[in-house]
Design a protein around this ligand. Structure first.
Ligand code: SP5
Ligand code: ZN
Length: 342
C-alpha cells in the first residue's frame, strides 16, 4: 500500500489546549505523524510519496466557502491584533445567540467558525491544513486510479470539522472532502467508516441529509465523552439521508469484545450498502494507553481491524484521524494497514 505524506504538517506545532481549566501543550502534536511515518518505513508497507497540490475549491464542495476562506486569514489577523502564541476562540454562538450573523474581529470570528477551543492556530497551521487536504485528495486519486487501497497520513486530522466550523484538532474534514471527491469523479455511492474513539460529528453533519454517502461511526458514548453534543444511536439521517447515518456509541472501558461486535455490524451495514468506494477515518485513540480516551483496545487488536475492513473487498482510502499515545501510534496505526494487506 502506498502512503501519502507531507512534511508541511510540521508547521502546525507548539499549540496549546484547555484541559480541566489549565492551558497545556496540545495532545495533537507533530511527532504523531513522524512515529507513523517511521513505522510505515520499518515494516516496508510500501512507498511514501509526496502529495500533489489540489485546488482548495475541492474542500468547498463539503465546507461553506466563507469558512474555508477564513482559515488562511486567522494567523495574519491574530498577529495584526498584536498577539502571538496560539490563536484560540473563547466565545461561541450557542442556543439563544445569533449563529447566523458573522461578526467582526478575530476573536468573534474564531468563535463563529468553531465549536470548541480545540482547533488552534499558529504561524504554520494554514499550510499544514492545506497539505493535509492535499494528502487526502492525492491518496484518493490513487484509489480512483485502481489501487486496492491507499493511506493518507493526514495531519491535522479532520473528522470533527463540519461544513462551517473547526474543532477537536480539526479544520478541513479530509475524509469528507475525499468522499465528495469520489462522488464528483463518478462514484454513485461512497461509505465512510469512522473508527476513531471520538464521534466524527463533522462528517455526520456534512452528509446527514444525503443518501449517496453512508456514514458509520464507532465511538465513545456522547453522554459521557467528547464531543458530547452529537453521536447518539437515534441519529439516523434526515430526508434523503434517512437511514444512511449509523452510530455505535459505546461506554468507557469498552474492550475488543464489544468494540469488534460493533465493527462487525458496521461492516455489514457497509456491505449491504454496496458502495463503489470506502473511506476509513482511522483513529487509534481507542488504544488502552491513550491519554485522553477510555476504550481498552490492545496493540494486537489493530491488525484485526484492518483484516475485517479488507474483507469488504472494496477500494479503500484510509485517512488518518486521532491517536495520542504518541510512542505507540505508529505500531497501532500501521498495524491496521498491515492487517488490511494480509
Ligand atoms: C481527532 C481527534 O481525535 N480529536 C479529539 C479531540 C478531543 N478534544 C477533547 C480533549 C479532552 C481532553 N481530556 C483530557 C483528559 C486528560 N486526562
Ligand atoms: Zn479521536
Amino acid at each position: 500500500m502506498k502512503t501519502i505524506y507531507s512534511p508541511r504538517h510540521h508547521g502546525h506545532a507548539g499549540n496549546v489546549e484547555l484541559v480541566a481549566g489549565a492551558v497545556v501543550p496540545a495532545f495533537e502534536m507533530p511527532s504523531r505523524a513522524e512515529y507513523i511515518r517511521s513505522r510505515v518505513e520499518a515494516v516496508k508497507l510500501g512507498p511514501i510519496l509526496a502529495p500533489n497540490e489540489h485546488d482548495i475549491a475541492i474542500a468547498k464542495r463539503v465546507h461553506r466557502a466563507d469558512f474555508i476562506d477564513f482559515l488562511p486569514t486567522v494567523w495574519p489577523l491574530w498577529v495584526e491584533s498584536g498577539r502571538d502564541g496560539t490563536a484560540m476562540p473563547y466565545t461561541w454562538p450557542t442556543r439563544g445567540l445569533r449563529g447566523d450573523v458573522r461578526p467582526q474581529g478575530i476573536d468573534a470570528q474564531l468563535g463563529y467558525y468553531s465549536f470548541d477551543a480545540g482547533a488552534t492556530f499558529v504561524a504554520g497551521t494554514w499550510d499544514a491544513i492545506k497539505s493535509s487536504h492535499d494528502v487526502a485528495i492525492t491518496a484518493a486519486g490513487l484509489v480512483k486510479a485502481g489501487e486496492r487501497a491507499a493511506f493518507a497520513l493526514c495531519r491535522p486530522p479532520g473528522h470533527h470539522a463540519g461544513a462551517a466550523f473547526a474543532g477537536g484538532y480539526c479544520f478541513i474534514n479530509n475524509a469528507a472532502s475525499a468522499a465528495q471527491w469520489f462522488v464528483d469523479q463518478g462514484a454513485k455511492r461512497v461509505a465512510i467508516l469512522d473508527v476513531d474513539y471520538h464521534h466524527g460529528n463533522g462528517t455526520q453533519e456534512i452528509f446527514y441529509r444525503r443518501g449517496d454517502v453512508l456514514v458509520v461511526n464507532l465511538h465513545g458514548d456522547p453522554m459521557v465523552e467528547y464531543p458530547f453534543f452529537l453521536g447518539h444511536a437515534d441519529e439516523r439521517g434526515e430526508g434523503p439521508g434517512e437511514g444512511f447515518n449509523v452510530n455505535y456509541p459505546m461506554p468507557w472501558g469498552t474492550t475488543w469484545e464489544t468494540w469488534s461486535a460493533a465493527l462487525e455490524e458496521g461492516c455489514r451495514r457497509v456491505a449491504d450498502y454496496a458502495p463503489d468506494v470506502l473511506v476509513v477515518s482511522l483513529g487509534v485513540d481507542t488504544f488502552e494507553k491513550d491519554p485522553i480516551s477510555k476504550f481498552r483496545l490492545k496493540t494486537e487488536d489493530y491488525p484485526k481491524i484492518g483484516r475485517r475492513i479488507a474483507q469488504l473487498g472494496l477500494p479503500t482510502l484510509i485517512v488518518m484521524e486521532g491517536g495520542y499515545a504518541v510512542e505507540e501510534i505508529g505500531v497501532n496505526a500501521v498495524g491496521v494497514l498491515t492487517g488490511f494487506e494480509e
